[in-house]
Ligand binder design. Structure first.
Ligand code: 23J
Ligand code: MN
Length: 260
């Protein structure tokens, strides 16, 4: 087994295995989810200077920061949703760290999402992906690529009179992914669910079904167009927030050229 890590070290050093950053920059301008006004709201990222090599601290610079657990590229833990509230070890500080590292598969929905803001990931699309790539292995992170991460400003939330419009999975798609016993599901949008996901049965099916099954969510992912369909390894380790329902993330993927 030490052979395997030695080979990885050599491959990283030579550049044959690259580390790809799947994270957006934490910036006060980065959009956060906006819920209907009767609900509590998610806080944007904020940063204040404590000192900058000045009278407040002559030889050092640092900031105080604040945000929601669900700001920017972030992790959703099982206890985020009512369906997962009684999952043992379902808070970010309780999850075994081995859960944060695993193989990743990418389902490319970018063509469909380019012409349909409400594009749905369906069981049919997953079946087509599996016909080309084989069954989704148990324990996989499954990412829905939409290229939504390339949008900026108001286009990212894409708010209309009837709420946000962005792509996401149908309840049946999530059920199929749970049959595959995935590790978790990730998207390039502000939620694992579609902008209009409240209209499915159950409402917000990705949140409801994944977290009820003890699985994890990844949201606001970046650079999914830089990943192969299979063969990469994803690392998404949330901050160890006591009782935390989620956490901002730095998400990394290990990609070996041969895997492409
Ligand atoms: C709270 C309520 C609804 C949703 C969300 C949070 C998220 O997407 C989230 O960040 O987990 S849809
Ligand atoms: Mn979240």
């Amino acid at each position: 087994m030490s052979d395997l890590l030695n080979q990885l070290a050599v491959s990283l050093a030579s550049g044959a295995t690259r580390v790809v950053d799947l994270t957006h920059t934490l910036d006060p301008d980065f959009p956060v989810i906006i819920l209907p006004p009767e609900f509590g709201q998610c806080a944007r990222f904020r940063m204040e200077e404590v000192s900058a090599y000045d009278h407040r601290g002559p030889a050092w610079k640092w900031h105080n920061i604040s945000m929601s657990e669900h700001t920017g590229t972030h992790f959703d833990a099982p206890i985020h949703w009512i369906s997962g509230r009684d999952i043992a070890g379902g808070a970010v500080d309780e999850i075994d760290v081995s859960a944060f590292v695993g193989p990743v598969v990418v389902i490319d929905c970018s063509t469909g999402a380019a012409s349909d803001d409400d594009f749905e990931l369906t069981p049919e699309i997953i079946a087509q992906w599996e016909a080309e790539n084989g069954l989704i292995p148990a324990g996989s992170w499954v990412l829905m690529r939409t290229d939504w991460s390339k949008k900026r400003g108001a286009d990212y939330l894409n708010m209309a009179e009837d709420g946000p419009h962005s792509p996401g999975p149908t309840p049946a798609a999530i059920e199929l992914l749970l049959q595959r016993n995935i590790r978790g599901f990730g998207t390039e949008t502000v939620g694992t669910d579609a902008g209009q996901g409240m209209h499915y049965t159950p409402p917000y099916p990705a949140h409801y079904l994944l977290h009820g099954a003890g699985k994890y969510g990844l949201q606001c992912l970046n650079n999914l167009d830089k990943l192969p369909a299979t063969g990469a390894i994803l690392i998404a380790a949330p901050l160890k927030i006591k009782g935390g329902t989620g956490s901002p993330l730095r998400v990394l993927a290990l990609v070996t050229e041969a895997a492409k």
